[in-house]
Design a protein around this ligand. Structure first.
Ligand SMILES: Nc1ncnc2c1ncn2[C@@H]1O[C@H](COP(=O)(O)OP(=O)(O)OP(=O)(O)O)[C@@H](O)[C@H]1O
Ligand SMILES: [Mg+2]
Length: 288
């Protein structure tokens, strides 16, 4: 059985799981998201009522005054809108993540379809966002996007997203390895040499799209470069890498999309993977 078939089986059950979870989260988040604005509105009204009381009954009794001091009424009043605002931001963020999970899994779009490549890359980035964050030991990984003006491309969205994911995760792994040999300790790094990932897209010829994903990690030695796309080739410790990521990506791009996947790398400088896919798939040209 070809590897990409096994992989597409795995992807479709992963896709189903992801889409299922996203769907389940969507409902409760909608409750929160939908209720914050009215809750904010209601409290504003209650405060206005309080103002009215204060204006018409300025001599309040001692117990009321004491309780107002106890709950720090003035502070509460200035803080509450901020609380609502940060709840709103949190809920919006969850909604964005749920949307990305849905775009990523594309359960409803297992067929070849015209899709926005940038949307696919962005939703994949969103999923691996947490691995870009800086820590005490290393600066954050900067992502520099140069998106060209692309038309919608015919492709298997879920599978292509899987390719973006494999290549991006490899780039992050490579940048983290560079860290191990202390290229980017927070103390002695040069400002111009932060860990970076570059993503550029371009319309190459009237019917060819290229997507380049580059990193300024340690690069790939010449002898390893020859085996990159071989199944089970990995330089990662046992249990960490299966060595299947690039083999599968290569199959998805070449066999399923009629494109090409190439690697350019200079040891010590960085690595770039270049995906080329035709705008209109061969399959459709031959079967009008
Ligand atoms: N951006 C990169 N920089 C340096 N080396 C890379 C890069 N991308 C891939 N490699 C090398 O290619 C090897 C194969 O990559 P591949 O994605 O196929 O497998 P893997 O990452 O080791 O395991 P997994 O199956 O989990 O993806 C990696 O082990 C690594 O040595
Ligand atoms: Mg990999």
């Amino acid at each position: 059985m070809p590897t990409y078939l096994i992989q597409s089986e795995k992807m479709s059950s992963l896709g189903q799981l992801v889409a299922g979870v996203a769907h389940e989260i969507n409902n409760p988040v909608s409750f929160i998201y939908g209720n914050i604005s009215p809750a904010d509105e209601y409290t504003k009204n209650l405060f206005s009522l309080l103002d009215l009381y204060q204006r018409h009954y300025p001599q309040s009794v001692k117990a009321i005054q004491e309780f107002a001091d106890l709950i720090e009424l003035d502070f509460l009043r200035s803080d509450l809108p901020k609380l609502f605002q940060s709840m709103m931001m949190g809920a919006e963020r969850i909604r964005e993540i749920v949307l990305s999970l849905r775009t990523f899994s594309r359960l409803d779009e297992a067929e070849m379809k015209r899709v926005d490549i940038h949307e696919g890359i962005d939703s994949t980035m969103m999923i691996i966002q947490s691995r870009l964050k800086g820590t005490d030991q290393r600066p954050k990984i900067e992502v520099i996007k140069e998106y060209g003006n692309l038309p919608l491309v015919e492709y298997y969205a879920g599978q292509l997203n899987q390719v973006f994911m494999n290549i991006l995760v490899n780039a992050i792994d490579a940048l983290e390895d560079s860290l191990v040999i202390s290229r980017w300790t927070t103390k002695k790094r040069l400002k111009t040499d932060n860990p970076r990932i570059y993503i550029r897209t371009q319309l190459l010829t009237p019917n060819q799209v290229t997507i380049g994903i580059a990193d300024n990690g340690l690069g790939i030695p010449e002898d390893a470069k020859k085996q990159l796309f071989d199944p089970f080739f990995t330089t990662k410790p046992v249990g960490q890498g299966t060595g299947m990521g690039l083999a599968i990506s290569h199959q998805i791009i070449t066999e399923r999309h009629g494109g090409s996947l190439e690697c350019i790398s200079q040891p010590g400088v960085g690595t770039e993977f270049i995906i080329c896919i035709p705008l209109i798939q061969q399959r459709q040209i031959s079967n009008p």
